[in-house]
Design a protein around this ligand. Structure first.
Ligand SMILES: Cc1cc2nc3c(=O)[nH]c(=O)nc-3n(C[C@H](O)[C@H](O)[C@H](O)COP(=O)(O)OP(=O)(O)OC[C@H]3O[C@@H](n4cnc5c(N)ncnc54)[C@H](O)[C@@H]3O)c2cc1C
Length: 493
């Protein structure tokens, strides 16, 4: 029997999954799904049980959808090389054919690139074909370059985004969006029919007697649930599409509302992007954002954010060193004070700066924080508390449901003024002014810092003498810290 294996990683969906589709076509529906979970991942310093739970739920949903569609997903809790080696051994023992093709969608993080390169050689050396596709970004990091020089990466967002928009008009990119439109139609037809057509025609048990060798995914979910500290949102493509369509009703207000944290004005799609339940291409397809020059203000602003995400992937792919160090060499060794007591207060939302505390508590309670507030708390950590941006970046990865290396690193380096196209170091956010501007009547602060509920709209940003006893005084003085930050950065400029 000729069949293929699709190696799922962060593309946890069937509809509009390019590498899965390619494999499916070549093998005429005989494609088996595999997910390899390397247990080493559980020991990572920035491991997040909450995000892992969302991931497991997404994976369970994918397994169920594949089964409904006549297919299957095997979950092995070992790294990919060991997983595929053990599969091949079992297939050989049972006298079965090896897969003709293993497919996956490309990943742009340094660890993943390295792993994929090794795995490609590994398969080829065993006579197994490999097919990889683009999925995670609409336009891959290497597809955009300055002028004619393919090696020449952008370092500034605006020219990058102009080039990105030019690509959007090309037939090749339009075709990618069209494929996603068909993927969305497929999902809609499923919900109308109430049942799934058996598009896959092979299951693991058809191939292997020992298919139960896969660790039980449900067990992982059960065990990990003990460490979960927040309500985990509903996962998967159908849920993502539902959220996208709700957001669609309000997209024209996005420009007006996106900076106001008390308003539900942003898409809240980021955790779906992280797992590939949804992609930027699908969002563009559904919202019909591929109409340059004809978009309304809110639509255009929203598309720009999708481009920011791709920009940070572009940076990570071209400059993988940013994962560990500042993009700007001059700021690689800043004289951070790294005060542990301040860091703890920041994490707990007890700095005495209401807007900062509200953001940090929103993060701890929900696993998400509004983008404007992410910028405020990141600026506060680095330029008021004088703590290394990497401490904040790591903490965000521990807590965010959407924690994702490229945009997280990009956001932190932007706020710390160490990245490409960053906030200039001398433009330091004043947390009180940010608070007054973006949360004018204190609704956001009241929601997450209930101790301050009783203060007036004016006082709530900077409590002063009417500060309730159960709310801390500011742990540092903004004007003093600002001067210190200017000196620290100035010494290296
Ligand atoms: C310090 C800091 C850390 C961040 N860490 C992450 C992270 O780990 N994961 C993550 O997905 N985003 C991160 N962001 C970017 C941004 O805050 C979130 O993507 C956004 O808040 C998610 O909410 P949303 O889906 O409602 O966004 P929307 O406003 O609805 O935007 C739509 C999508 O565009 C993308 N996007 C929006 N803003 C940005 C941005 N500034 N940079 C890159 N992409 C953007 C996201 O994919 C988002 O889902 C970070 C930003 C900062 C300042």
């Amino acid at each position: 029997m000729q069949y293929g294996i699709h190696w799922f990683r962060r593309d946890l969906r069937i509809a509009g999954n390019p590498a899965l589709q390619a494999n499916w076509k070549i093998n005429q529906g005989k494609v088996l799904g595999l997910f390899c979970f390397d247990k080493k991942f559980l020991g990572r310093e920035d491991f997040s049980p909450n995000r892992f739970q969302l991931f497991l739920q997404t994976l369970l949903g994918l397994q169920a959808s594949l089964k409904d569609a006549g297919g299957d997903l095997l979950f092995l809790d070992i790294g990919p090389e060991a997983a595929f080696a053990s599969l091949i051994e079992k297939l050989t023992q049972e006298g079965k054919a090896l897969p003709s093709l293993v497919s996956w969608n490309r990943d742009y993080e340094p660890f993943a690139r390295n792993r994929d390169e090794k795995m490609e050689k590994w398969f080829k050396s065993r006579g197994i074909g490999v097919a990889t596709e683009r999925d995670h970004c609409l336009i891959e990091p290497h597809e955009i370059y300055k002028g004619e020089d393919r090696e020449s990466a952008y370092q500034v967002y605006s020219p990058y985004s102009r080039k990105w928009m030019e690509h959007l008009k090309t037939a090749g990119i339009k075709a990618r969006i069209e494929i996603q439109k068909r993927g969305l139609d497929y999902l809609d037809s499923l919900s109308k029919k109430g049942k799934t057509d058996p598009i896959f025609t092979v299951k693991w048990k058809d191939l292997l007697k020992t298919a139960e060798m896969g660790a039980v995914l449900e067990d992982y979910r059960e065990k990990n649930s003990k460490w979960v500290t927040i309500p985990i949102p509903a996962a998967g493509t159908v849920e993502a599409l539902k959220r996208l369509r709700e957001f669609k009703k309000n997209i024209t207000n996005y420009g007006k509302h996106r900076d106001i944290p008390s308003v539900d004005g942003t898409s809240k799609l980021s955790h779906f992007f992280k797992n590939g339940s949804l992609t930027g291409a699908q969002v563009i397809a559904e919202l019909e954002l591929d109409r340059p020059g004809k978009l309304k203000e809110g639509e255009e602003k929203f598309l720009k954010e999708i481009i920011w995400r791709e920009f940070y992937y572009h940076i990570l792919w071209h400059y993988p060193r940013v994962e560990k160090t500042a993009f700007l060499e001059k700021f690689q060794k800043l004289a951070w004070e790294n005060n542990e007591v301040y860091f703890k207060a920041w994490k707990e939302g007890r700095t005495g700066y209401p807007i900062v505390d509200a953001g940090m508590r929103q993060l701890a309670q929900t696993g998400w924080m509004h983008n404007r507030v992410r910028m405020i708390v990141a600026s506060f950590l680095t330029k008021d508390l004088l703590i290394d941006w990497r401490w904040g970046e790591k903490y965000f990865m521990e807590v965010l449901l959407d924690g994702d290396l490229a945009p997280n690193n990009g956001g932190w380096q932007w706020a710390a003024s160490t990245g490409c196209d960053p906030q200039p170091y001398f433009r330091i956010f004043n947390p009180y002014l940010q608070s007054k501007k973006f949360d004018p009547n204190g609704s956001y602060i009241r929601e997450f810092v209930p101790e301050l509920k009783g203060l007036s709209d004016k006082e709530i940003h900077e409590p002063g003498v009417n500060r309730p006893k159960n709310y801390p005084a500011p742990i540092v003085e903004h004007s003093v810290q600002r001067e210190k930050a200017l000196k620290i950065y100035g010494a290296k400029s």
